[in-house]
Design a protein around this ligand. Structure first.
Ligand code: UGA
Length: 465
């Protein structure tokens, strides 16, 4: 099947590579000429497992990159809209890119087209696209619009796309539903996973996935509600973590106890410095705004956001308490990305914390396995970057862990202790047990657990002198 994917951001690029992998002929379009040139030259624009392999496998054959939306639309039966829907100042999703793409599709379509909306959009966007198509001269018989939300996560985007838990299709016509079933055929029938050279099936992946056909409104609601629910789980566990600290409980035990209830589930219950990224903060605001517009005050979401913001402030307070004063303190920071497995620093809690610490006069040396280049564009020039965690820790007054990278959970702790000026570790992701830190002789401050205070850092220094 010939398909055009409009937008080469995270969703657009991953969808393009994966649809080519499923056997379709894909044209991925973007109006950013530099990006298209980079993609044609084989440059890696985002850090994502298996993406490079798939691009390499299909580029120039089943996958081409182009800046001409007209050619792509004319050549394709299916047009996938995967452009950005950034948040406007009011929190609403800004749909101007979706609208202008729709206009262009209507103006250049040469026969029946199936428009698939994959960008994260508020309820009724499907209806607005339909309306815009008609207003721009398309006949009702010449197109259908389907909502097909994407649930991929950064870091595991390719595996999430090819091995989804569910494929949700909001289609208002059988003609459209039939084409979509063909588009996803190798996934719906589980044949892709058995193919030679297929991207490996992750442990526990559901093959075939649930294939859910709904109304357009339901599909749109499913996307926003899913992200909001996950963010709510994170804020819930963070709130419980704060209480655990107050009553002397251990959030890791509490998490295990809660998460083992199969009705609740253990995922997205990791306490920390709060959620970030390009999706949750924006989507929760947009979902709230959709609710408001339709007369419902979704106060629960307000609390989810509030807890998330406070979580960052609480961690800053913890740093202040552990270090007494911050001015001129040298801090080693491990982690810049908003989560592990990605180089994305958008809305990263780590970046926010560093910015606040710089304002308070700290000197920062940071390390991240993937995100240092992107972080440089956001952080002040006073930040220095280290080639590994140990160089960052050398001579620092404390070590901060801000992203849950696997390698940060396997540090040589005695070596860290030796390198640090004071044996103080502040862990915003709970990567270590209290016992590990106590054994290593490190003062350890984490989330939702009692501090490990071997002895006060100042006392230790005096003893050494
Ligand atoms: C999220 C959703 O998980 C995807 O299903 C969705 O498709 C995507 O948004 C989107 O709408 O495009 P993503 O933003 O890539 O994916 O990241 P997540 O893995 O969901 O993590 C979000 C944030 O929550 C990160 O900052 C992470 O560190 C934090 N988190 C996650 C926690 O603090 N605790 C947890 O237990 C899990």
């Amino acid at each position: 099947m010939r398909i055009a994917v409009i937008g080469s951001g995270y969703v657009g690029l991953v969808a393009s590579a994966c649809f080519a992998e499923l056997g379709h002929n894909v044209t991925c379009v973007d109006n950013d000429l530099t990006k298209i040139a980079a993609l044609n030259a084989g440059e890696m624009l985002i850090h994502e497992d298996y993406l490079q392999e798939l691009l390499h496998r299909h580029r120039g054959a089943r996958l081409i990159f182009s800046s001409s939306i007209v050619d792509a639309v004319r050549d394709s039966l299916v047009i996938i809209i995967a452009v950005g829907t950034p948040a406007a100042a009011s929190g609403e999703a800004d749909l101007s890119y979706v609208e202008s793409v729709t206009r262009e599709i209507a103006q250049c379509a040469n026969g029946y087209k199936l428009i698939v909306e994959k960008s994260t959009v508020p309820v009724y966007t499907n209806a607005w696209i339909r309306r815009a198509m008609i207003l721009n001269g398309s006949g009702l018989d010449n197109f259908d619009v389907v909502s097909n939300p994407e649930f991929l996560r950064e870091g595991t985007a390719v595996s999430d796309f090819l091995y989804p838990d569910r494929i949700v299709i909001g289609a208002n016509s059988e003609r459209a539903a039939k084409i979509i079933r063909e588009l996803y055929h190798p996934l719906i029938h589980g044949t892709y996973s058995r193919r030679e050279g297929a991207v490996p099936r992750p442990d526990g992946a559901r093959v075939p996935p649930l294939y859910l056909e709904t109304s357009a409104q339901s599909a749109e609601l499913i996307k926003h509600a899913s992200n909001a629910f996950l963010a709510m789980k994170i804020s819930f566990i963070n709130a419980v973590a704060n209480l655990a600290e107050a009553v002397g409980a251990d959030i890791e035990d509490v998490r295990e106890g809660i998460g083992s209830d199969s009705r609740i589930g253990s995922s997205f219950l990791r306490a920390g410095i709060g959620y970030g990224g390009s999706c949750f903060p924006k989507d929760i605001a947009a979902f709230q705004s959709v609710a408001r517009e339709h007369g419902y005050h979704f106060e629960l979401l307000e609390q989810v956001r509030k807890i998330n913001q406070e979580q960052l402030q609480r961690f800053l307070k913890k740093i202040r308490t552990a270090l007494w004063t911050l001015k001129n303190k040298r801090l080693a920071v491990l982690g810049l990305a908003f989560k592990s497995g990605t180089d994305d620093v958008r809305e990263s809690p780590a970046i926010r914390i560093i910015q606040a610490l710089i304002e308070e006069g700290c000197l920062i040396t940071a390390f991240d396995p993937a995100a240092m280049e992107k972080a440089r564009t956001l952080l002040s020039e006073s930040v220095t970057y280290a080639p590994d965690p140990y160089t960052a820790a050398h001579g620092a007054d404390a070590l901060l862990i801000l992203t849950e990278w696997k390698e940060f959970a396997a540090l040589d702790l005695p070596r860290i202790k030796q390198l640090l000026n004071y044996p103080v570790v502040l862990d915003g992701r709970n990567l270590y047990t209290l016992q590990q830190m106590a054994n290593a002789g490190l003062n350890y401050y984490s989330i939702g657990r009692a501090p490990v205070e071997i002895f006060h850092p100042m006392a230790q220094r005096k003893a050494a002198e």
